[in-house]
Design a protein around this ligand. Structure first.
Ligand code: 3EB
Length: 347
């Protein structure tokens, strides 16, 4: 599987000795319950490590997501962004406390603290990409506290969408079509906004799901500004391509399906992922990746649903694929589960 220059994703128990091997690591993310004394974060790693306050389900402890590449890497920083880059791929991470952003004076309108924190974060990301010349944002992971809480008259996920879109416009980026694959989940109250991302010198192929309305065309009932993300992205290297599947849920068209039924929601989500594998296989990968060939992060809203959701997933993908289960709030209250995935294919 190891190819020179190919991106490689691993999910490790943070105590695993393999987590100590830092060669070729672009960056990573550490998932653990808020307030837990981390065993992994103790020694400062030589790469950007996003700290995400989300409980790991299924087994105790913390999970380390590592992105490796078989190329020389160098590290740097720009504003609050810490990054590592190989000749053609960059991994970056930053976190922004909402209390750090100056409260707008007078009538705030849409400019809530989360809106400002999000807009600042994305402006810093694009400034970093411009400074080091990796113009294409490929894949972004967004974790924001209290994602479903209504504040200042608007759900916080919707405030996040507005801030993200404002920054895209301010930085001369597209807000529909040419937008990165993404996930956006809730994390623990009191945590900062945490964002990590992959960017590239080569443009990725962006993939939409024929079963779903593109998120950037969602109607206004889901918020004043649509979420700017693609359903999947494919990044080609010389002899391999990596597919990034965005956070995917039980949505058909633009509507949530099977409210209150986590089993049916998991099945619908897997149908959406299958549809993306089909599209990506035809349009960008020169052949279809199978469900079994991906690595998964599964976000479960209610931990009591874990056995049901896990049983559906195991039935669909078998017991061999790497799967991490995290407890997270999902950006629509009626969604019980969301699944993201990634995998590589030789070209
Ligand atoms: C959805 O399909 C579910 O706002 O970046 C999934 C992936 C979702 C990314 C984002 C939101 C985002 O609309 C939610």
């Amino acid at each position: 599987m190891e190819r020179l220059g190919a991106l490689k994703l691993e999910y490790l128990n943070a105590c695993d000795p393999a987590a100590q091997g830092r060669r070729g690591v672009l960056g990573g993310a550490l998932f653990e319950r808020l307030g837990r004394q981390s065993r992994a974060a103790g020694a400062a790693p030589g790469f950007p490590l996003a700290q995400v306050s989300l409980p790991v389900l299924g087994h105790a402890g913390e999970v380390l997501e590592l992105w490796r590449i078989g190329d020389e890497v160098r590290a740097g920083a720009h504003g609050r962004v810490r990054y590592t880059c190989s000749p053609d791929v960059l991994f970056g991470s930053l976190s922004v406390h909402e209390e750090e952003v100056a409260p707008p004076s007078g009538e705030a309108g849409e400019r809530t603290p989360l809106y400002e924190a999000t807009a600042q974060a994305y402006r810093e990301i694009f400034a970093t990409l411009a400074a080091v010349d990796y113009p294409h944002l490929v894949r972004v992971w967004n974790y924001l506290p209290d994602i479903n809480l209504e504040r200042h008259g608007l759900e916080r996920y919707r405030q996040f969408n507005s801030g993200r879109q404002e920054a895209l416009i301010a930085c001369g980026r597209d807000i529909a079509g040419n937008v990165a694959a993404a996930s956006a989940l809730g994390c623990a109250s009191g945590s900062p906004l945490v964002i990590y991302f992959l960017a590239s010198r080569l443009a990725p192929d962006l993939i939409e799901n024929p079963r779903q309305v593109s998120a950037y065309h969602y109607p206004a009932q889901y918020g004043p500004r649509s979420p700017s993300f693609s359903r999947a992205a494919v990044l080609r290297k010389k002899d391999a391509a990596t597919l990034f599947i965005s956070g995917t849920a039980s949505i058909v068209g633009h509507r949530t399906m099977h409210t209150g039924d986590p089993v049916a929601q998991t099945r619908e989500t897997l149908r959406n992922i299958e549809a993306l594998l089909e599209e990506a296989g035809r349009k960008a990968l020169g052949g279809k990746l199978s469900l079994e060939a991906l690595a998964y992060k599964v976000y479960v809203r209610d931990p009591r649903d874990l056995p049901l959701i896990r049983a559906q997933l195991t039935e669909a993908i078998g017991g061999q694929a790497p799967v991490v289960y995290l407890q997270a709030d999902i950006c629509r209250r009626d969604l019980a589960v969301e699944i993201e995935a990634a995998g590589s294919r030789a070209l």
